[in-house]
Design a protein around this ligand. Structure first.
Ligand SMILES: NC(=O)c1ccc[n+]([C@@H]2O[C@H](COP(=O)([O-])OP(=O)(O)OC[C@H]3O[C@@H](n4cnc5c(N)ncnc54)[C@H](O)[C@@H]3O)[C@@H](O)[C@H]2O)c1
Ligand SMILES: N[C@H](CO)Cc1c[nH]c[nH+]1
Ligand SMILES: [Zn+2]
Length: 437
């Protein structure tokens, strides 16, 4: 077994985490203490925004009028794709009712949460697609109150297309607000008076850390920080396409890893030559992001066998994973840790990012080891219930009393005992030895 790093990163997704945590904790403490006033201050100091935070219906109507008809058509198309996939997911989650051998009837009831907060990033790029990824999915889950936030774009108010996407996808309240101040506003109900039950959406390291820190006070979707891409390729892959797809995600930011796992030395060399050339051809903002990302986080790993590739890829648990190989079904069966899988050269991460259907808000920093990305499930609660015919009480009651007493919990045992005495007076039951200590 041999695995060789032909290019090794100097940084990992964990790099720079502690500094982001410190900044976020300080901001959350200030916002908790000073509320909306502190939010306005951060909006001004970090994003140069001192206008209104919550958009009125009139402002929404006026701003979306600026969005050209052909742009609306594209956004509508993408919303339809994402919403349709999310509705199919919702359909797959069922209420159940089952009679257990004891006679007890038990069930699960799946309900949406009441209020959610959906974030769409707006730092380096106008993340129109993130706006509908969150809101359309919440709507498919049946959420009634959807609060949506995105930062001012380049010092102006929320980008008109992001606004259109939020509105069209079904947001109830829309705010021009970015970063930690937006996440805490949604979590704590600032400006609306209604705290979100769940806050979702992607963002930079500050946004992702804010969600992580607030988890517990609110539900979150997943740790969805700086974008990551990995490509698995064998000698049948086209190095130009592989390189293009690595660069395609490296443009997200300075901290976006791009990894190539391959069994072909020739392909690895060709991709390593092609990536810097493609980066040089980008416009300035993207070139700056992608060149830093590839320099600090880019890796090329050569493996002897496809089984080694699977082991490495599952360890990295990349947010996006493309497979450019023969025998795609083998890879689908063998891989188990990724946010979203793109099988074959025909599909690509950017299709999923914008409009193919499955959600683009996905786990980063190894979170794909334990979670998928945003889906209707993140807005749903699976609640259980039970009902019991009296005939079932002896069997369950005896076992409950005995286990409770073994655990030393006498009061629990007595809740079984009182029912057995009431429903079956004079009958002897095996209820274990009462606790005396
Ligand atoms: N994992 C996913 O599903 C996914 C999906 C889409 C995008 N993304 C990622 O989202 C990120 C978007 O980042 P972005 O920066 O462009 O937009 P963003 O909206 O996430 O962050 C911008 C906000 O960060 C705050 N900020 C900036 N510098 C700060 C500082 N020093 N201290 C405190 N707050 C600060 C500002 O308030 C600003 O509003 C990218 O990293 C991209 O890769 C991830
Ligand atoms: N690749 C991002 C998820 O990490 C989503 C996105 C939206 N637009 C472009 N990319
Ligand atoms: Zn992307």
């Amino acid at each position: 077994m041999s695995v060789t790093w032909l290019k090794k990163a100097t940084k990992t997704p964990e790099s720079n985490t502690s500094e982001a945590r410190r900044v976020v904790e300080e901001m959350l403490t200030t916002i908790k203490a000073e509320g909306e006033e502190a939010v306005r201050r951060y909006a001004h100091s970090l994003d140069k925004w001192s206008g209104e935070i919550v958009l009125t219906p009139e402002q929404i109507a006026a701003q979306i009028r600026e969005v050209p008809a052909d742009v609306r058509r594209d956004i509508d198309y993408a919303i339809e794709q994402v919403y349709t996939f999310a509705c199919a997911q919702r359909e797959s989650v069922k209420d159940i009712e089952v009679t257990l051998p004891s006679g007890l009837i038990a069930g699960q009831k799946v309900l949406p949460v009441n209020t959610v907060g959906c974030y769409a990033p707006a730092g380096r790029y106008a993340h129109i697609a993130s706006a509908y990824m969150g809101v359309a999915t919440a709507r498919a889950a049946g959420v009634k109150n959807i609060i949506a936030c995105s930062g001012p774009y380049l010092g102006q108010s929320i980008h008109p297309c992001v606004l259109y996407a939020f509105h069209r996808a079904g947001a109830s309240t829309i705010m021009t607000l970015g970063g930690v101040q937006a996440i805490s506003t949604m979590a704590w109900g600032l400006f609306t008076g209604t705290p979100a039950d769940v806050v979702v959406g992607p963002g930079n390291k500050f946004v992702a850390e804010a969600k992580r820190t607030l988890f517990g006070q609110v539900g979150i979707d997943v740790f969805a920080g700086p974008s990551e891409v990995a490509v698995i390729a064998d000698d049948s892959a086209d190095p130009r396409v592989v390189a293009c797809d690595l660069v395609g995600q490296a443009e997200h930011g300075h901290e976006s890893p791009a990894w190539l796992f391959t069994t072909s030395h020739a392909l690895a060399e060709a991709v390593m030559q092609e990536v810097p050339r493609l980066i040089d051809l980008l416009p300035p903002v993207a070139r700056d992001a992608a060149s830093c990302a590839w320099r600090d986080y880019g890796e090329v790993i050569l493996c002897d066998s496809r089984e080694e590739v699977v082991a490495i890829s599952d360890r990295y648990a990349s947010e996006h994973l493309e497979v450019h190989t023969r025998d795609l079904n083998w890879w689908l069966e063998s891989l188990s840790c990724y946010g979203s899988l793109f099988l074959g050269e025909e599909t690509t991460v950017a299709f999923g990012d914008k409009c193919s259907g499955p959600n683009h808000v996905l786990p980063t920093k190894g979170a794909a080891r334990y979670s998928g990305g945003l889906s209707v499930h993140k807005f749903l609660k699976t609640l259980t219930w039970q009902r019991m015919p009296r005939e079932a009480v002896p069997q369950i009651g005896e076992a409950t009393a005995r286990i409770s007493r073994l655990e030393g919990m006498e009061a629990h045992a007595r809740t079984a005992e009182i029912r057995l005495e009431k429903y079956f007076p004079g009958t002897a039951f095996q209820l274990g030895t009462p606790v005396t200590r």
